[in-house]
Design a protein around this ligand. Structure first.
Ligand SMILES: [Zn+2]
Length: 91
């Protein structure tokens, strides 16, 4: 007897401050990647689907996005000068 099925894995990629399309608030959005893997005898073998979602932490709206959109958001976040308030380097 062969036992097979699927299993989902959820990865949290980042938390971004975005304008929500439903509640209109500039709220934190959690960026997640959900990978569904094919399992054989409960051993995950290979991914069969990958989904990217962002969820508004204010109203809970979850939106699906493409990998490209997600990568653009992540690249945009990395461009922001978030290290400008760090003290100067001292040897
Ligand atoms: Zn919202």
């Amino acid at each position: 007897m062969i036992i097979f099925g699927t299993r989902s894995y959820l990865y949290q990629l980042a938390v971004l401050t975005l304008l929500c399309g439903r509640c209109g608030n500039t709220a934190a959005h959690v960026l997640r990647k959900r990978v569904t893997k094919f399992t054989l005898f409960f051993v995950p073998l290979f991914p069969i689907s990958t989904k990217y979602t962002s969820q508004c932490t204010f109203c809970g709206l979850e939106q699906q996005g493409t990998e490209q959109q997600t990568n653009q958001l992540l690249a945009h976040m990395n461009q922001q000068p978030h290290n400008q308030f760090q003290p100067p380097y001292q040897p």
